[in-house]
Design a protein. Structure first.
Length: 571
């Protein structure tokens, strides 16, 4: 047994003996170093209200939470549902057990191309009230229009895009109805067998029945720092994930057992990411798990998966300790051509940054990368994007408490907290910008999901954020300076049309950066599918595209400051 395996078993055994429903390690932040003094050219302004995003995201009561279901919140998505080249916005919503608001619904906002959006939810046929969790976007039937899948507490839903601005609920006819009540969590479209059709991975959080659940303070899993709070996740039974194979005719078959995915049990699954973490050309699955070991499911190329999270270093931290995994950011922060992982956690703990060695083995580099200075917040949606276009991906995440009733007794744990930005210094280290990225960063909210994309098509990364019981935020990036950029839109022909799973490696100014088309990351959310590369001073880039089908194309000397659309060549 390796040291990593031994520490993992020891930590899991020890942590089960604790009370308290959520893992928090009681970590003290490290001292902050001297500021670099380098300018940061990205400034964020919340233009959500001015853009027309005025409907609140209802999710449980405002001032107290009796059930864990009321605390977790939901995600959002960038989606060009009408193929006009401008990103529209899709925002999920929950409800309330007592006196649910009539207007609590998921919402689709059409991009008016002038910085504003129009709510087209009813016109699109997407009005639905319930406890929505996560969203994934992809063209599952390869008809050229992006479809939407949503997980719920209750019954998940698949919406087929009709191509005329409307969507149709095809859950039953697609074979995706499930018996009983499940709490669906992270989900991802993924072509795991590379047959050109998007399959569907669906995680489940835990078994939840409000009628039989203990009340706050009733047992040791229903308190936090000695204060009665809602119960869980510990003390409640975790659920298993599912995998559905796309039959190519609009229907899916449950292959959870056959694929081995159903063996991934014992953890509270949250955000799911499908990406090629070991660089073998086949998509793997990473699932952030709350207060339990996270899962890395390796694709065995034969329709099956193996759970290798502990052995490969992404189930726990470097000391073998569980963390309250919620959100996941994926990118190539150190420009070595492999995908690294950022995972967010509970208050009194650091986030974690896993460095990929290129073969799918990861090291916890949180402390050496400079992230251990921040432990104050309950952290959720996250991303690894080049916010200032200097050629190095930065880190961004949103925060928000889960126990609003404790603030009166413990004011150091407020419900509303700011956003977090760590700028990449280009040497494997990051620096937190406490007041250097604009007014929208320090604004306090109880946030959950967030999605990254370019809503105004000006070449920088903007951020859509879910705020519980408030309207969403839309953070417009007002970028100054002379840094260049490139956006890459991919269209599959042999591969799935959405090109989900495609890898683009860009070479620019002596640097190499890899990005993949993902169908979910952050927290329960979906980013702009057009891959964004900040290029710094470089005015050209060489691109290598590895398609999900396995084909590789190379395009040299692509000029900067534009969107390039690449359609897969048929062999």
């Amino acid at each position: 047994m390796t040291r990593r395996q031994w520490l993992s078993l020891l930590a899991v055994s020890a942590s089960r003996t604790h009370g308290q429903g959520i893992v928090t390690r009681g970590v003290k932040p490290l001292a902050r170093g001297k500021p670099s003094g380098l300018p940061f050219h990205a400034q964020f302004t919340d233009v959500g209200a001015a853009a027309g995003l005025r409907a609140p995201v209802i999710y449980g009561p405002v001032d107290h939470k009796a059930y864990i279901l009321e605390t977790t919140g939901c995600g959002c998505a960038f989606i060009d549902y009408d193929n006009d080249g401008w990103m529209d916005l899709f925002v999920l919503c929950g409800t309330r057990f007592d006196d649910p608001p009539r207007d609590a619904t998921n919402r689709l906002y059409h991009n008016n191309r002038d910085g504003t959006f129009t709510d087209v939810t009813d016109k699109a046929g997407l009005r639905r009230t319930g406890w929505a969790s996560a969203v994934t976007v992809g063209d599952y039937n390869n008809d050229g229009f992006e479809d939407i899948f949503i997980t719920y507490w209750g019954q998940n839903v698949l919406y087929r895009n009709s191509g005329d601005g409307t969507f149709t609920d095809v859950t039953h006819e697609a074979g995706l109805l499930h018996p009983g009540v499940l709490w669906g969590s992270g989900c991802a479209f993924v072509d795991y067998d590379r047959d050109g059709y998007l399959d569907l991975f669906v995680a489940n959080y835990l078994e939840f029945d409000p009628k039989s659940l203990p009340r706050p303070g009733e047992n040791s899993y229903c308190s936090w720092k000695g204060i009665p709070v809602n119960c869980g996740p510990r003390g409640l039974k975790p659920s298993a994930p599912a995998l559905y194979h796309n039959n190519g005719d609009g229907t899916f078959t449950d292959v959870s057992v056959k694929s081995g995915v159903a063996k991934a049990t014992g953890s509270y699954c949250m955000t799911a990411v499908a990406a090629d973490f070991d660089n073998d050309g086949w998509p793997d699955l990473y699932v952030a798990c709350d207060s339990t070991p996270s899962f890395l499911l390796r694709n065995n190329h034969d329709g099956t998966f193996s759970s290798i999270g502990v052995e490969n270093g992404v189930a726990l931290n470097e000391d073998g300790m569980e963390q309250a995994g919620m959100g996941v950011g994926v990118g190539d922060y150190d420009l070595d051509g492999s995908l690294d992982i950022l995972k967010t956690h509970f208050a009194d703990d650091t986030p974690i940054l896993y460095h990929n060695d290129g073969k799918g083995y990861f090291d916890d580099v949180t402390t050496r990368a400079g992230l251990a200075v921040e432990t104050r917040y309950v952290s959720w949606g996250a991303g690894m994007f080049d916010l200032d276009n200097d050629g190095y991906p930065d880190l961004f995440w949103v925060t928000g408490g889960v126990y609003p009733e404790i603030e009166a007794k413990l004011p150091q744990y407020p419900a509303k907290t700011p956003r977090v930005v760590f700028r990449n210094l280009g040497n494997g280290k990051f620096e937190e910008l406490l007041d250097g990225a604009g007014p929208a960063i320090s604004a306090p909210h109880t946030s959950r999901g967030c999605a990254f994309g370019d809503f105004d098509n000006d070449g920088d990364i903007d951020v859509l954020i879910v705020n519980l019981n408030e309207p969403p935020s839309l953070l417009r990036n007002d970028l100054s300076g002379n840094h260049h950029w490139l956006k890459v839109k991919l269209i599959g022909t042999v591969s799935n049309r959405s090109a989900i799973g495609a890898r683009v490696t860009a070479r620019y100014g002596g640097k190499v950066q890899a990005r993949e088309v993902l169908s979910q990351s952050s927290f329960y959310s979906v980013d702009d599918p057009r891959l964004h590369f900040g290029l710094g001073a470089a005015e050209k880039a060489d691109l290598e595209i590895r398609w999900p089908s396995g084909g590789v194309e190379r395009i040299a000397n692509v000029s900067a400051d534009r969107l390039i659309t690449i359609t897969e060549k048929k062999a």
